[in-house]
Design a protein around this ligand. Structure first.
Ligand SMILES: C[S@@+](CC[C@H](N)C(=O)[O-])C[C@H]1O[C@@H](n2cnc3c(N)ncnc32)[C@H](O)[C@@H]1O
Length: 131
């Protein structure tokens, strides 16, 4: 049994605020074809743990934003490599001219947006064509 891997998965789980199992995060990343050329923007990233997992598994280049600064401060201590940029801030005040291959937001149906359609419209502004 590889205890180090088990402990590392437990630590990752503890840093996924949404409590999605680590395996599902990796399976989802695989199913949408993430690879080292993929750029990802994660709105409401929490500790940025999903980005950490995707970076480890697929080598993606990512930006994560969360309004709760302590999450970002702790998340930064867990970042491995130089392809993950975690930013403390409000997603509604965020401006970025770059367009991403993938934009994610776990809060689409959590009341942050007026309705689901306006949440989708918001994230689409940051997507590349065909993203
Ligand atoms: C349920 S947690 C999910 C975190 C992360 N996506 C995950 O799966 O671990 C929701 C997150 O949304 C963040 N959040 C809520 N409103 C926000 C806003 N206006 N701008 C940025 N982040 C926000 C909270 O601080 C919290 O970390």
């Amino acid at each position: 049994m590889n205890y180090k891997q088990i402990i590392s998965a437990c630590e990752a789980s503890a840093h996924l605020v949404s409590m999605v199992p680590v395996e599902r995060v990796v399976e989802f990343g695989y199913s949408i074809g993430l690879n080292s050329d993929t750029s990802v923007l994660d709105f409401c990233c929490g500790y940025g743990e999903m980005l950490n997992l995707w970076n480890e598994a697929f080598g993606i280049n990512v930006v994560g934003i969360d309004i709760h600064e302590p999450f970002i401060v702790e998340g930064k201590t867990r970042v491995r490599g130089d392809r993950i940029n975690l930013i403390a801030g409000d997603i509604f005040a965020y401006s970025d001219s770059k367009r991403y291959d993938v934009v994610v937001c776990t809060e689409l149906s959590a009341g942050l947006f007026e309705d689901f359609a306006s949440g989708i419209a918001f994230i689409e502004k940051h997507l590349k064509q065909g993203g």
